[in-house]
Design a binder for this molecule. Structure first.
Ligand code: AVJ
Length: 345
């Protein structure tokens, strides 16, 4: 757990709206946002510098999500080629009651990578959570989402945690020791290397304080390579813009001088590794200032920006069991394009 003195909490009361302004209306909900992110800022930038200067340059995918990057991701999910989000939404919509029955109501709902909290909100009716804990790396997204939910009269008690769980998951500062549903949708687990994914799931399992705790997770499947390629290299170039935008974000964070025009998006399925790879490829030889250093890139040299691992359903069930979860249940769309699992602690 993070040292107490490094945690900052802000209690936020949303401004009264026309619906809540009158004396007899339900009072606007307030909520606390806890921030354990800032303590690592310098170490994060040092690590980013090292990954750019390494012989095989890379940028971790969490740096995609500045304000423009988050907006571009929301556009990706609307492209016809990018099937995961809409397929997961269709599974949730079709099987919501069945899934909710397996989970059971009244639990603390912990949303890992909550973003705009729209996916979670759809479960409030069926699950009647005791409270909702949004966890995200983006303070602005988290704040906006909780302010919006505070205006929803059906929303449970609200809390937020701004943190980066890509290295270590520690949600203990905001958790109550009670039956908890961990929610990790969207196949974001695919961004981890398989050994890291197992470690991440074990950390979720370690946060389970009662046998009534469980994990609801969305995982993309292996499928036709051409469809996978297209999903990560759409015709309109939205994924290309999303990938290239990471260079602008890194420029802002680290003071580098990447010129987006020098780089080209690459996104393709690597069947030997069961993963999508995204790279930025130098269109010609170029050099970039990285703090005190100059990084030379040869023509065609790549910066690895993302992996997105794909799992067969039986494969992911075993990973869940290996992480200490029991009785994994799987729901899929008819085509088997996406899997949703619920597994108990
Ligand atoms: C947000 C990690 C689930 O891997 O499919 C989408 C990110 N990258 N298009 C994914 C992403 C390129 C996405 N996740």
């Amino acid at each position: 757990m993070a040292p107490k003195h490094l945690i900052t909490s802000h209690r936020i009361a949303p401004p009264p709206t026309s619906a809540t302004a009158s004396a007899d209306a339900t009072p606007a909900m307030s909520f606390t946002i806890t921030n354990t992110l800032k303590l690592d800022a310098q170490a994060e930038l040092d690590a980013l510098e090292r990954s750019l200067l390494a012989p095989a340059a890379s940028i971790p995918p969490k740096f995609f999500y500045d304000a423009l990057g988050s907006t571009l991701y929301n556009a990706i999910v609307l492209t016809p080629e990018y099937y995961p989000t809409r397929t997961e939404a269709a599974i949730f919509a079709r099987d919501r009651n069945d899934i909710a029955r397996q989970i059971g109501g009244g639990k603390q709902f912990v949303d890992l990578g909550s973003g705009d909290s729209v996916k979670a909100e759809l479960w409030f009716g069926g699950l009647r959570p005791s409270r909702y804990v949004a966890v995200d790396i983006s303070g602005s997204a988290l704040n906006d989402a909780l302010l919006r939910l505070a205006g929803n009269p059906d929303a449970p008690e609200l809390a937020g945690l701004i943190t980066d769980f890509s290295r270590v998951l520690d949600v203990s500062p905001v958790l109550r020791r009670e039956p908890t549903l961990f929610f990790y949708p969207g196949s974001s687990i695919g961004n981890f290397m398989p050994d890291e994914a197992l470690w991440f799931l074990k950390q979720i399992r370690a946060h389970c304080s009662t046998p009534e705790c469980g994990l609801l997770i969305g995982v993309d499947t292996k499928k036709d390579h051409a469809r996978l390629d297209a999903a990560y290299d759409d015709a309109l170039g939205v994924t290309a813009a999303f990938n290239l935008n990471v260079l602008r974000h890194v420029n802002a964070l680290l003071g580098t001088n990447f010129d987006v025009r020098d780089w080209q998006h690459r996104g393709f399925y690597n069947p030997a590794m069961s993963r999508i790879e995204m790279h930025l490829e130098a269109r010609h030889a170029t050099q970039v200032r990285v703090r005190g250093h100059v990084r030379h890139f040869a023509s065609g040299e790549r910066i690895h920006t993302e992996n997105s691992y794909k799992y067969a359903p039986q494969e992911f069930s075993s990973v869940l069991r290996e992480a200490g979860f029991t009785d994994p249940r799987c729901w899929q769309d008819d085509a088997g394009d996406f899997s949703v699992f619920y597994a108990r602690a």
